[in-house]
Design a binder for this molecule. Structure first.
Ligand SMILES: [Zn+2]
Length: 205
């Protein structure tokens, strides 16, 4: 099996409880501390086997192989990746069975994480999630006051559009934002706008 480590909790004696996003589900597994294990880190893609144990309801992780990406050596990209992938844990932790959609999106992001500004990749991926989950608000209406938005828009959590005067946050060019909404493309957004959208994204998926 293959999956991404989206959460790590320490248990007793340096053992770890790990949550893995795989194609079909979210799996919580146990990893015993031991010399023969390779390094495991948040965000890593791994190939692994599971072993069910009589003593515990949580399967045990074994035969772990780290499937590395070159950008893991880039400290800033790695940190952005870990911030991004942690969001999936918060978003999906109540679910067990999953559509392959989430794994495929994360995999798509990982394969191009060093090809451009990773914040852009994350933001584009996020609008695909919103679209998939039917949460993308493309109508030109302020979420806070219900009135039409005539000028630039300000974005709040869930990428909901608002008037700048209603949410008092940094505003974004309306056409550039609609290009993101409609085509999941960040092409027309400035780096400052991307920073704002990244900041909003870190509040949660
Ligand atoms: Zn408003």
């Amino acid at each position: 099996m293959q999956g991404y480590i989206i959460n790590i909790n320490r248990a007793k004696n340096e053992d770890l409880i790990i949550t893995i996003l795989s194609k079909e589900n979210l799996q919580t597994v146990y990893r015993f501390y031991g010399a023969r294990h390779g390094v495991i880190n948040l965000g890593f893609k791994i190939d692994y086997e599971l072993e069910n144990s009589l003593k515990s309801s949580i399967p045990r992780l074994r035969d772990v192989l780290h499937l590395g990406f070159k950008w893991l050596n880039d400290r800033n990209r790695l940190r952005a990746w870990q911030d991004f992938i942690s969001l999936f844990y918060q978003h999906l932790k109540q679910t067990q069975e999953l559509e392959p959609f989430y794994f495929q999106l994360v995999d798509e992001a990982a394969h191009k994480w060093d090809k451009q500004n990773p914040k852009r990749i994350a933001i584009e991926i996020y609008t695909k999630i919103l679209h998939y989950e039917g949460r993308l608000h493309v109508e030109n209406i302020c979420f806070l006051c219900g009135e039409k938005i005539e000028s630039d828009i300000s974005i709040i959590r869930g990428y909901l559009p608002t008037h700048k005067e209603c949410s008092h946050t940094y505003s974004i060019n309306r056409n550039s934002m609609f290009e993101l909404y409609q085509n999941s493309s960040s092409l027309f957004l400035t780096d400052k706008e991307i920073d704002r959208l990244w900041y909003v994204l870190l509040e949660g998926l």
